[in-house]
Design a binder for this molecule. Structure first.
Ligand code: PMP
Ligand code: GLU
Length: 400
């Protein structure tokens, strides 16, 4: 059925791209369903089941009839648990009034951009960036200002590059450490330097810390607002249970932000979605306040997989990767294998050919604002990773 002209899409939809990560995962899923042996290293989602005690809390919430509306910004016990946990881990005292619970961290980011940005405002986004940032900023009517980083500097935003991107229209800087898609983790000193520039320029900072508990080799993941006294007044932390507790489908994320902004985001959410799922909120309380061994078990597994992936990729001629200190992604340089007369000319074709010829699903660097690269998730078993890497090596070898 054709739609009538009166259903023409709004202007804001004109440039909206679907999530490339979810699109690739759907494509790999469809191939698997048709019986093809696909190694899916596309979507960034822990492959572990949600820990049993968390699932039990969800079931208990259903049995106890916790199946009704909750306050739109989240149930008080969950906001309190998030505030206490953040205060304990970061040392920065926050209260439930700083916390708004949403339908996943993606929704939290949408709330922030919608509540803070006006048309014409600029948001500095270092590339490579996670796929949804630029689209969500544009949906809010603002302008993402992409600032390139280089693999030689581990894809970290350099102070000089940040300073030169700041204009009178800059309202916000977006940071993600540990990073999706590169896995790099900024040090305290690096972040402090960025914090000083943000204070000097009087801009706000959104710090996406959703991978904060997935750091390797005993590294610390520093929460941005803790870096300088008073920094919390211009900072918004975004986090959630999706990655730490393998709860991607439960859809619980949150912001930690100054109370006035939090209140505004709560109002926004009360009109847009009402509360996040009541059952998931109860499960999230158990995730945050219950036994934490599951987090260490998953972190150790990701670290072992990181070791495997790094060793294998470093042995492939022409492939460069940064120092992966956290999360579960390897973002590697494929420029040496682009541009041959019969070979792929860009990262999208590279990924398509890898999927067609070797049945390995990855995501093109262009979706992260970094053409000439590819992202593979290592949230897959060592067996699958080994097969996937064998196939990637064969694919690259066939192009020489
Ligand atoms: N930020 C980053 C950096 C992510 O990788 C993700 C992954 N989906 C999100 C936010 C959104 O997480 P959620 O599943 O909680 O919406
Ligand atoms: N954040 C994950 C990824 O980057 C999940 C997909 C998505 O939310 O777009 O693959």
């Amino acid at each position: 059925m054709e739609e009538a002209a009166c259903l023409q899409l709004a202007h804001r939809m004109a440039s909206l791209q679907p999530s490339a990560t979810l699109a690739m995962a759907a494509r790999a899923g469809a191939m698997k369903a048709s019986g093809i042996d696909v190694i899916d290293l596309s979507v960034g989602e822990p492959d572990f089941p949600t820990p049993e005690h968390i699932c039990e809390a969800g079931k208990a919430a259903i049995t106890a009839g916790k199946t009704k509306y909750t306050p739109a910004a989240g149930i008080p016990a969950l906001r309190e648990a998030i505030a206490k946990d953040y205060t304990r881990r970061s040392g920065l005292p926050v209260t439930p009034a700083h916390v708004i619970v949403s339908n996943g961290a993606k929704h939290s980011l949408h709330n922030v951009f919608t509540a803070v940005l006006n048309p014409g405002d600029e948001v500095i986004v270092p590339t490579p960036y996670w796929v949804s940032y630029a689209e969500l900023i544009k949906l809010a009517g603002a302008k993402p200002i992409l600032v390139e980083t280089s693999i030689d500097e581990d894809f970290k935003l350099q102070p000089a590059a940040l300073k030169s991107a700041i204009t009178p229209h800059t309202r916000m800087l977006l940071l993600c450490s540990p990073s999706n898609p590169t896995g790099v983790v900024y040090s305290r000193e690096e972040l402090a330097c960025i914090a000083d520039i943000a204070i000097e320029a009087d801009i706000s900072v959104v710090s996406d810390e959703i991978y904060d508990q997935l750091v390797f080799d005993g590294r610390e993941s520093v929460s941005f607002p803790t870096l300088r006294p008073g920094l919390e007044s211009r900072s918004i932390v975004v986090a959630g249970v999706s990655k730490t507790y393998s709860m991607t489908g439960w859809r619980i994320g949150w912001t930690i932000a100054p109370p006035t902004l939090s209140k505004a985001m709560g109002s926004l959410q009360s009109q847009e979605t009402s509360n996040p799922c009541s059952i998931s909120q109860h499960a999230a309380i158990e995730a945050i306040t219950g036994p934490q061994e599951c987090v260490a078990v998953m972190r150790n597994a990701f670290q072992a997989r990181r070791d495997l992936v790094v060793e294998r990729l470093r042995n492939i001629p022409g492939v460069n990767i940064p120092d992966i200190g956290g999360a579960f992604y390897a973002f590697f340089d494929i420029q040496a294998s682009l541009g041959a007369s019969k070979g792929p000319q860009d990262s999208v074709t590279w990924c398509e050919q890898l999927l067609e010829k070797e049945q390995v699903a990855t995501v093109a660097g262009s979706a992260f604002g970094a053409e000439g690269h590819v992202r593979m998730s290592f949230a897959a078993s060592e067996e699958k990773l080994t097969i996937g890497l064998d196939r990637i090596a064969r694919f690259l070898g066939s192009m020489q």
